[in-house]
Design a protein around this ligand. Structure first.
Ligand code: CP
Length: 303
């Protein structure tokens, strides 16, 4: 990881991921490292989980969070450039920049121009590497392993940024991935080379349109992201294309888990929350421990 920045899940080795998971385990058990410094949370796009889990992780580890959750009220609204905005927070003592941005590649652009570490908290449809980390951490927590699992990734594989980061991290293990989506949202050459990367990494994967769950150990559901469709008519073609219900889960393995990066809209029925296979709220909570572990490793030095 250059300058200890994380701009893509492709920069995270298996060894890095395991180190993060081991530290997150300790933090979850109450053994919290004490850190000093400031974290700038610069969110140019809305967020609940990512912003507040990073914020909570900073408080938990003794760091001071500064920054903004929305560009409303900032001089971005007056046209201030991205690099100038970041420079201001470096001037106020930020030791690390955590940024979410609607432009793909914005965190990498900043990481190449400053000396402090940059963590990508989601850039357009491209990647969300810390979400991928907490997703794999949750799978490992549930099954005690990652190898040998068959993991279905369902939904908006075209505009979603969580499927790519998750798949890149899972490529370190011997898993089988099943990409489930309507043709318009399926992975292909439009996904920033994702399929090419998976082939290069010898990932076993298949694609299907039909929402079948009986052969899966994990069903990772994603929302169709209306806000990212350049053409509303395209969105209307796939709106409501799938919905996970208790009836569907009756056909799944008893020990399968349902995951979702959240927020959900209508693709995951609230009645599923009562099923013990619903793991999405535990998954979101794990964001706190995984992000605290990341702060510790990035600011405390990788050992
Ligand atoms: N999973 C996720 O990125 O959620 P937020 O958009 O609420 O941060």
């Amino acid at each position: 990881m250059k300058n200890k920045s994380i701009t893509s899940a492709l920069e995270i080795s298996k060894q890095d991921a395991l180190k993060i998971f081991q530290l997150a385990d300790k933090i979850k058990m109450g053994k919290v490292p004490k850190l000093k410094g400031k974290i700038a949370l610069l969110f140019f796009e809305p967020s609940t989980r990512t912003f507040f889990s990073f914020y909570s992780a900073a408080l938990l580890t003794g760091l001071t969070p500064i920054g903004f959750q929305s560009i409303e009220g900032t001089s971005v609204k007056k046209g201030e450039s991205l690099i100038d905005t970041v420079r201001m927070f470096l001037g106020y003592g930020a030791d690390c920049i955590v940024m979410r941005h609607p432009r793909a590649g914005a965190p990498l652009y900043i990481a190449e121009r400053i000396d402090k570490p940059v963590i990508n908290a989601g850039d357009d449809s491209r990647e969300h590497p810390t979400q991928g980390l907490l997703d794999v951490y949750t799978i490992r927590e549930r099954f005690g392993k990652i190898d040998g699992l068959r993991i279905g990734i369902l939904g908006d594989l075209r505009y979603g940024r969580t499927p790519s980061s998750l798949a890149y991290l899972l490529s370190h293990w011997d898993t089988e991935l099943v990409f489930i989506a309507p043709p318009l949202l399926q992975i292909d050459k439009r996904n920033d080379g994702m399929e090419m990367i998976l082939r290069e990494r010898d990932v076993k994967y298949e694609k299907r349109e039909e929402v079948r769950v009986e052969d899966l150990d994990v069903l990772y559901v994603t929302r169709i992201q209306r806000e990212r469709f350049p053409d509303e008519r395209e969105y209307l073609k796939v709106r409501g294309a799938y919905r996970i219900t208790r009836e569907l889960l009756n056909r799944a393995k008893k020990d399968m888990i349902v995951m979702h990066p959240l927020p959900r809209v209508d693709e995951l029925s609230p009645e599923v929350d009562r099923d013990e296979r619903a793991w999405y709220f535990r998954q979101a909570e794990n964001g706190l421990y995984v992000r605290a572990a990341l702060f510790s490793l990035i600011l405390g030095g990788w050992k």
